[in-house]
Design a protein around this ligand. Structure first.
Ligand SMILES: N[C@@H](CCC(=O)N[C@@H](CS)C(=O)NCC(=O)O)C(=O)O
Length: 229
């Protein structure tokens, strides 16, 4: 047991915060939230995150929510880990916030449409929602592709938490039939991510959570993926 607890669930954007905690080299406990049991909407969990979503991070006596806030907090609290680039002006700082928000506010909602299209307009419209999500995502994958054309990581030669966020987006839509192969630089980026010990450890944590859910008959499989042609 440690003083740092991350509430998450396998496959969710909790992976972003998990990777960043692993990159920071912090000792932390991962606690699974059982979506199929509605645990994320339970009064007990809503005391921690009233929005009823993962991730939520208990640290320093507070509960932090939203990946952007968690990343920002960890980067500021552990500056020696350089989880984000150092900045010297407010504008540079704002640009980093914009980059992270691009992931959480622009890309993540499209991931959800591509991954779980049935949740938006019923099973009969799942295919149309999936296609609209993919069409919108293409523009942003192209943007990322251009950015990664001459550099290994989003900010250049040095890895940052932004790369963890992009990787989660890539991995989620890759598994939902978005044509990631059309974006070779982004594919290579995902390959580099999957070699990082932090990512391997984060995935191992998810595997443990999945095993726990399997034992309880509570593994969640998004219905939308099989709804497409
Ligand atoms: N903006 C939030 C998004 C959190 C979020 O949507 N989490 C999803 C999993 S990827 C969730 O908990 N969904 C459950 C629900 O909305 O009922 C963040 O970046 O932390």
């Amino acid at each position: 047991m440690t003083d740092i607890i991350l509430y998450s669930a396998p496959g969710t954007c909790g992976r972003v915060s998990t990777i960043v905690l692993e990159e920071a080299g912090l000792a932390f406990e991962t606690r699974v939230i059982r979506f199929l049991k509605g645990e994320h909407k339970s009064p007990a969990f809503k005391e921690k995150n009233p929005k009823g979503k993962v991730p939520a991070l208990e640290i320093d006596g507070a509960v932090l929510t939203e990946n952007v806030a968690i990343i920002r907090y960890l980067a500021a609290r552990f500056p020696e880990k350089t989880l984000l680039p150092k900045t010297s002006t407010l504008a540079e700082d704002a640009e980093i916030t914009a980059d992270l928000c691009f992931c959480s506010a622009t890309l993540h909602p499209l991931v959800t449409r591509i991954r779980m299209p049935q949740f938006f307009a019923g099973p009969e419209n799942a295919q149309a929602v999936w296609k609209a999500g993919c069409d919108a995502m293409r523009e942003y994958f192209q943007l990322v592709e251009q950015r990664l054309a001459n550099r290994p990581w989003w900010y250049g030669e040095t890895w940052s938490a932004m790369d963890a966020y992009l990787y989660w987006v890539f991995w989620r839509v890759e598994g939902a039939e978005f044509p990631v192969k059309e974006y070779p630089c982004f594919c290579d980026h995902a390959g580099r991510m999957e070699e990082r010990p932090s990512v391997l450890r984060a995935v191992a944590r998810e595997d443990e959570m999945t095993a726990q859910l399997e034992a309880e008959g509570l593994v969640f499989t998004p219905p939308g993926v099989s709804a497409k042609p």
